[in-house]
Ligand binder design. Sequence first.
Ligand SMILES: *[C@@H]1O[C@H](CO)[C@@H](O)[C@H](O)[C@H]1NC(C)=O
Ligand SMILES: *[C@@H]1O[C@H](CO)[C@@H](O)[C@H](O)[C@H]1NC(C)=O
Ligand SMILES: *[C@@H]1O[C@H](CO)[C@@H](O)[C@H](O)[C@H]1NC(C)=O
Length: 499
Amino acid sequence: MESRNFSLPFLFVIFIASHFSFSSSKRILNDPYVFSSSPSLSSLNAESLINSFNLTPQYAVNVIQKGNPNAPRLFESQIDFRAMFGDQNASGGPSVQEFGHYAGYYSLPHSKSAKMFYFFFESRNNSADPVVIWLSGGPGCSSSIAMFYENGPFKISDDFSLSWNDFGWDKVSNLIYVDQPVGTGFSYTKDISDIRLDEAGVSNDLYDFLQAFFKEHPKFAKNDFFITGESYAGHYIPAFASRVHSGNKKKEGIQINLKGIAIGNGLTNPEIQYAAYGDYALQMKLITESDNEGIKQDYVECQNFIKKCNLGVALACASGFEVCNNIVTTITEKNKGINYYDVRKKCVGRLCYDFSKIETFLNKENVRKALGVGDIEFVSCSSTVYDAMTKDWMVNLEVKIPELVNDGISLLVYAGEYDLLCNWLGNSRWVEEMNWSGQKDFKAAKNVPLMVDNKEVGLLKSYGSLTFLKVHDAGHMVPMDQPKGSLLMLQYWMRGMLN
Ligand SMILES: *[C@@H]1O[C@H](CO)[C@@H](O)[C@H](O)[C@H]1NC(C)=O
Ligand SMILES: *[C@@H]1O[C@H](CO)[C@@H](O)[C@H](O)[C@H]1NC(C)=O
Ligand SMILES: *[C@@H]1O[C@H](CO)[C@@H](O)[C@H](O)[C@H]1NC(C)=O
C-alpha cells in the first residue's frame, strides 16, 4: 500500500508535522478521544511540533493536584520585579515598579476547579487608552509566548533579565494576556473534564474572566475594548466577541465597551482557507500547476467533510481535520525544510524558531514567586489542549462576524504575506466573500499602500467597519517581524484611522 506522510498542524501558530506515516491517504481516525491513556496521534504530532519551537514543556497539560482550592475567585497582585531580579530592573527607562504590572488567577465559575492565569499591563502612556486582550493560538499555546516574542512590554534578554520592547502594544493600550483554554501556560485545573472541546467552552470562560476583570478594575471598564490575537485565535476571537456582544444585548453583568476585533494570520473560515493553500503555494512557486491540480482534487473530499462538520456531524469534523491537513503536507513535502510560518525561511533540523528562553525564564523559582504562581509549571504549549480541540478545527467561525460588523464593531483582518499556514490569500478570500451589509462596497474598494517611515509596509483595503491588511516582509507572527508597523497598525486602527 502506498505510504503517505500525514500532518496535523498546531496553530500557535499552526503546527504541521511530517514525522508520522500512514498506510493510506484516506485514513479516517475514530473520534479522537481526549482522555485516553495512550497518546492519540494528534497529541504525538503536537509534541514533536512543540519541539520545532524549541519548547519542551514538562507536562502535556496542567491538570494537577496542586493549587489552593480556597483561593478567592480572582486573585491578582503587582508583579514583584524585585523578587525577580533583586535590585536590578528592566534595563532602560524608568523603574518597572512605577507601572501597573499585574499577574493573577481567576477561578472559572463554569468549571470544576479551573484557574485561568493572566497578565495585565497598564498602558505606558495613558490609562485612558483602550483595553486590549491578546489571545495566542495553538490551540493550546500560552499567550505569554506572544507577550515575550511579539508584542508585550518586555523581551527576555540573553542573561534572563527583561528589557523594554520599544514597540510593545502596552505603549498604546492597557494590555491583557490570558493563558487559555485552561490547561495551558500557568492556567490549571484538577479536573480533566474542565478541558475545553469547543468555542462555546472557550468563549464562556473568556467572558466570565472579562466580567471579573472589569469588576476588579472598574477604572478601565468604560474604556474602549478590543479583542486581538493570532492564528487559532481566528476561531476564538469571533466566538468571544459574539459572546460579549450578546451579553451586552441581554444586559448581562458589566457592559463591555467592545469596539473592535483584530485577527492576525488566523484560521476562521476553513472551507475557504483550505481551498487557498494550493493557489498560494503556486503563487509563491512552492508547487507547480499540475501539483495544484492534484491538490484541487484532494480538496473535494476535504470540502465534503468541512461542509458536513458545519452541519453538525462531529465525526466529519475529526475526519476533516485529518484529510484537509494532508493538503498542507503535500505542499511541505515538496519543500523539505521549509518554514511554513515564513516561506522565505528554512527550519534547521526540527527547529523553526527558538522560543526556549520563555520556559527557562518562567520556570525560574524567583520569577514564579514574583508572579504568584507558586509551584505550578509553565506549559508553553499543551498537546492535550490541542488534542481536545481537533473537532473544533473545521468549524466555520466567520458566521459569527456579520452581526458584529453590521452593528458597527470593527474588524481588522491582517496577514503577514509569507505565512503559508494561515496565508493572506485565504484570509483575503473569506473577508471578500463574507455576507454583510457593506460587502459590495468593500469588494469595490481599492487596495492602498500603508506607509511607515516612507516605506510601504502593507496593502490596505477598507470599507465601513471592515479592514483587510496584507503585511509585507512578515510571516505568521506579524508583531515579531514588523514590530513598529504592527504597533502603528493597532494604534491607527483603534482610532478608526485605518478605514
Ligand atoms: C532602573 O533602571 C534605570 C535605567 O537603567 C536606572 O536609572 C534606575 O536607577 C533603575 N531603578 C532601579 C529601582 O533599579
Ligand atoms: C499619549 O497620551 C497622550 C495624552 O496623555 C496623547 O496625546 C498621545 O497621543 C499618546 N501617545 C500615544 C503614542 O498614544
Ligand atoms: C446575506 O445575508 C442576508 C441577511 O442575513 C440574507 O437575507 C441573504 O440571503 C444572504 N445572502 C446570501 C447570498 O447568503
